[in-house]
Write a protein that binds this ligand. Structure first.
Ligand SMILES: [Zn+2]
Length: 243
């Protein structure tokens, strides 16, 4: 299912993959300061704002924070983002979907009673739009999504998403930074992998690979002219936006 928005856009910013409570606070606030300075027209959060760690299928430490605590941190961060830009949309990622999946698997009787993501994060009160997991937001032919396809190496995951969509795509999910183009006789489309805002050191499942991952912190901004969409990647290094 697709939600459409025909409005012409000046500049939008995409943020993704915070993985609260494993977010990198310095990176998150570097991105928010950048938004404050550049005043984009709209912000899109492309999923995995929450980690939902306690519902992970992987090995977990019961002393880690609860979903309720994750939600409190997320609401604070969303309020800062909302102060920096009036128009904010949250598109769910697979980590938000963990909550729904867990309830339907282990407590289906509680479906409809357990809080949904908009309820958990007070999105109505904050004035933030919501796109549920499995849906995408299309803005002037640019597909904004968390994404489901992962391939090795920056740019390879979004190539798959562009192949499926047949359109320009900005995706989260891979935690890598990349811009790739694809042209045929008729048109050129562009794809972006949007980086991440998490703290690799805190992500437990990376311990198996000695904490090493082919990930890059950052985010993207997009503008549109008569030639179509053009993105700029903003890499974050040690709490600073360096590009
Ligand atoms: Zn993620």
């Amino acid at each position: 299912m697709i939600t459409k928005n025909k409005e012409t856009t000046k500049m939008i910013v995409c943020l993704s993959d915070f993985h609260i409570p494993f977010h990198d606070e310095a990176a998150v606030f570097a991105a928010i300061r950048w938004i404050n300075d550049c005043k984009p027209k709209a912000i899109y959060i492309l999923g995995d704002l929450l980690d939902a760690y306690s519902l992970s299928r992987f090995e977990k430490d019961p002393r880690e924070r609860s979903i309720a605590e994750e939600a409190e941190i997320a609401k604070d961060i969303l309020a800062y983002i909302k102060r920096a830009c009036k128009k904010v949309t949250l598109i769910d990622g697979n980590h938000e979907e963990r909550i729904l999946r867990y309830t339907s698997k282990y407590a289906p009787e509680l479906m409809g009673i357990v809080k949904t993501i908009p309820e958990l994060l007070d999105l109505d009160k904050l004035g933030i739009k919501h796109v549920p997991y499995g849906q995408v937001h299309v803005l002037n032919e640019l597909v904004l999504k968390h994404g489901t396809r992962i391939a090795t190496g920056a740019g390879q995951s979004v190539r798959k998403e562009m192949g499926i969509e047949g359109a320009s795509v900005c995706m989260g999910h891979s935690h890598r930074l990349a811009v790739v183009y694809h042209s045929n006789r008729n048109h050129t489309i562009v794809g972006v992998e949007n980086g991440h805002l998490s703290d690799q050191g805190k992500q437990k499942y990376l311990k198996a690979s000695d904490g090493v991952a082919d990930w890059q912190q950052g985010f993207s901004s997009w503008d549109k002219n008569s030639q179509g969409w053009y993105p700029i990647l903003h890499r974050i290094y040690k709490g600073k936006v360096i590009s």
